[in-house]
Design a protein around this ligand. Structure first.
Ligand code: 4H4
Length: 225
């Protein structure tokens, strides 16, 4: 069982992964648990504010320490050793390898930033790992958290039915080979003959060659020296 606690201003967004698809099935099979926490419930004022102006000026608002720290403390009362991951463009890039490592944890708390992010003292004192889904800024950490939950959950044993392919791109460090299905010809576009040959050894060799070829063309950086 892997548990995700998510600290967010928009808990309803997570219905997108809790109600449909692979993750929903993992939850139904009691392999996954996703619990969202509305950060505003931990605000110390009646307006339920959790952000404030930035010291030193500047346009954006910053998420305050206290509500986040109170929420993490409550989460840790239930999951003492939950690892706190903060989603931010300054984090370690989420890769296949990092997703596998995170999937080995039993409890993870995902902190979703909004505005300009969180007060630096949260990162120093409460956050165990900062993770980025890519070199761009999105309006909130929620979408990044859902990407992380999806990619990590696929490595939790039993979540992916054995029918669903585990040889997704990056499984062997290379991009995936091309896929085809019926019909054999459409608008003059044919399925490669080798895939119709029935020779599994030739098919496997062709697929490996295709993976290498597309990785060299599209992602030189993945070709190990
Ligand atoms: C968080 C913006 C932190 C800026 C945010 C910072 C990503 C991403 C993201 C909403 C929030 C943005 N999260 N991968 N890319 N001041 N989150 O863009 O640290 O630069 O994960 S900051």
């Amino acid at each position: 069982m892997m548990r995700f606690d998510v600290i967010t201003l928009f808990p309803d967004m997570f219905c997108a992964i809790k109600d449909e698809g692979v993750i929903a099935r993992g939850i139904k099979k009691s392999l996954l648990e996703i619990h969202t926490w509305q950060l505003r419930d931990f605000s110390d004022n009646k307006y339920r504010n959790v952000d404030d102006k930035s010291y030193g000026g500047g346009a954006g608002m910053v998420m305050q320490v206290k509500p986040i720290r109170s929420c993490i403390e409550q989460i840790k009362q239930k999951n003492l050793n939950s690892q706190v991951i903060y989603l931010s463009p300054q984090g370690q890039k989420l890769t296949h390898q990092l997703a596998i490592e995170i999937s080995k944890l039993e409890s993870v708390t995902l902190l979703c930033g909004r505005y300009e992010g969180v007060d630096e003292r949260v990162i120093e004192h409460d956050v165990d790992l900062e993770v980025s889904i890519g070199d761009y800024v999105i309006s909130g950490g929620e979408l990044a958290a859902m990407v992380l939950i999806d990619s990590v959950s696929r490595h939790v044993p039993g979540v992916l039915g054995n029918a669903e392919s585990l040889n997704d791109s990056f499984f062997n460090g290379l991009l995936d080979y091309p896929h085809y299905t019926r019909p054999e010809i459409i608008d003059g576009q044919k399925v490669p003959d080798v895939l119709l040959s029935g020779h599994q050894a030739n098919i496997d060799a062709w697929r490996e060659d295709q993976s290498l070829k597309s990785t060299k063309e599209k992602r030189q950086d993945l070709i190990k020296k």
